[in-house]
Write a protein that binds this ligand. Structure first.
Ligand code: GDP
Ligand code: MG
Length: 284
């Protein structure tokens, strides 16, 4: 260990957000000239990282690809999710577009379900305010259970408070704590059954929360299923069989499929979270 690294403890943070939420603008405002661009190993997705220091701490900041979710359907989403799971950043700074809040919170929910410590940058509040929309950040923070800091990335506003909040979260030793949301009477019991099998067998639980793995089997996530088969084929088969049975049941009774039910419940959760007291529409 060099003298410098002993004097300046290093932290790893990541920036996540939907495309066009202001992620690059914020990244540039934070890291200035201290950044470099490369690729993730073996693929053409751009990897941007930069550095900044705060309160005598050196922070390495990785700008994850812009994504709407953390599924395995696109390379960007896989890259973002794999980075979080494998590199274990101490904090994910999740930038959300305040002028398009409910839609942006879908990714936030994904991050919270994965369990990584999150600090939300409520960006573009100038745009929201221009439309007569006021968002009560403190109330949103209370309901999400994570810090929420209003920012206007284009003007650098809120940047200091955001970085302080992120550092405080890291220094408080925040641990991975996956959010559990209800997926309704059809899915919840099946999730519990799968979760039990996953926990009892330590099936991929060194990397992912048990309920999250169960959800991925229900969502037909190819990456997780492949990893599962590699790790323990018979447990993976058992989980796939349970998922297939639920899919059949949902097809028959609701003419739908598990993924759609799961997405509906996430949108429902966000709608309930935002109800009464977070978003205020002022008459202009
Ligand atoms: P990214 O796709 O998330 O990296 O988004 P960018 O950083 O490229 O920003 C998209 C657009 O939004 C750019 O034109 C930015 O100048 C603009 N922008 C970023 N932050 C803000 C903000 O807080 N307020 C306003 N009005 N515009 C912003
Ligand atoms: Mg960008």
């Amino acid at each position: 260990m060099t003298q410098t690294s002993r004097e300046t403890p290093k932290h790893l943070f990541a920036l996540a957000g939907n495309p066009n939420c202001g992620k690059t603008t914020l990244f540039n405002a934070i890291t200035g000239a201290c950044q470099h661009v490369g690729n993730y190993p073996g693929i053409t997705v751009e990897k941007k990282e930069g550095f900044y220091s705060l309160n005598g701490r050196q922070i390495q900041l990785v700008d994850l690809p812009g994504t709407y979710s953390l599924t395995a359907y696109s390379l960007e989403e896989l890259v973002a999710r794999d980075f979080i799971v494998n590199e274990r950043p101490e904090v994910v700074i999740n930038i959300v577009d305040a002028s398009n809040l409910d839609r942006n919170l879908y990714l936030t929910l994904q991050l919270l379900e994965l369990g990584v410590p999150v600090v939300v940058a409520l960006n573009m509040i100038d745009v929201a305010e221009g439309r007569g929309v006021r968002i009560h950040a403190e109330e949103l923070s209370k309901r999400l259970g994570v810090p929420v800091v209003p920012t206007v990335a284009r003007r650098g506003e809120g940047k200091e408070s955001l970085l302080q909040a992120a550092l405080e979260t890291a220094r408080s030793g925040a641990r991975w704590e996956p959010l559990r949301i209800s997926y309704g009477p059809d899915v919840d019991p099946v999730l519990s059954e799968m979760e039990k099998i996953i926990v009892e067998n330590g099936f991929l639980t060194n990397l992912y929360p048990a309920r999250w793995i169960a959800l991925k089997y229900l969502e037909e996530d190819d990456q997780i299923k492949a990893k599962g088969r590699e790790t323990n084929p018979s447990i993976s088969e058992a989980l796939e069989a349970i998922a297939a049975k639920l899919a059949q049941h949902i097809q028959k009774t609701l003419d739908s499929y598990p993924e759609a039910i799961i997405a509906d419940h996430r949108y429902g959760f966000i709608a309930a979270l935002l109800k009464d007291g977070v978003v205020e529409q002022r008459i202009k």
